[in-house]
Design a protein around this ligand. Structure first.
Ligand SMILES: Nc1ncnc2c1ncn2[C@@H]1O[C@H](COP(=O)(O)OP(=O)(O)OP(=O)(O)O)[C@@H](O)[C@H]1O
Ligand SMILES: [Mg+2]
Length: 140
């Protein structure tokens, strides 16, 4: 929850296969479109969601992507919370470094996602990884 406010919209996409990545990606784009984020921001948000949900399939098997929209006096904020119950990110700081991969990846998913959104935060321990990304748009 952000600033103690209840979200206006919340939706939930289970992530079990690559088609769920597409669903989560589309849902993120659709929400950003609904709240009048630019085409570029819609695409950046959608791309960050696909990187993070793809990591679920690679490193944790299954998980979920939850969406929350918060509106205050000045801003619309959309948050995607990407959750899994896998082994956890061993060293989140290292994982955020360009080029670091514990597998065969390019190691660009997490740091790339951070650059695409307003904010990215990681909470991870064995059995629970939660990554929150937010985009923010001034109301007009
Ligand atoms: N959900 C997760 N659970 C456990 N570890 C993770 C998770 N997401 C990322 N990691 C760890 O963080 C590292 C960096 O992730 P990142 O997405 O940046 O790169 P990658 O997945 O290895 O390669 P790329 O995404 O560029 O194909 C991963 O190699 C993995 O060790
Ligand atoms: Mg990745």
């Amino acid at each position: 929850m952000m600033n103690g406010m209840s979200p206006e919209v919340s939706e939930h996409v289970p992530i079990c296969s690559t088609k769920d990545i597409v669903t989560a990606r589309q849902k993120g784009r659709e929400l950003a479109h609904c709240f009048k984020f630019s085409k570029g921001e819609q695409t950046r948000f959608a791309t960050a969601i696909s990187e993070l949900t793809r990591n679920i399939l690679t490193y944790a098997d299954t998980g979920s992507c939850q969406f929350y929209v918060y509106t205050d006096k000045n801003y619309h904020t959309i948050m995607a919370k990407i959750i899994d119950h896998g082994p956890g990110i061993e060293n989140p700081k290292l994982a955020m470094t360009d080029g670091y991969s514990s597998g065969n990846g390019l190691g660009l998913g997490l740091p790339g996602a951070k650059r695409l959104v307003h904010e990215l935060s990681i909470k991870s321990e064995p059995g629970l990884t939660q990554i929150e990304i937010t985009i923010r748009q001034k109301k007009y």
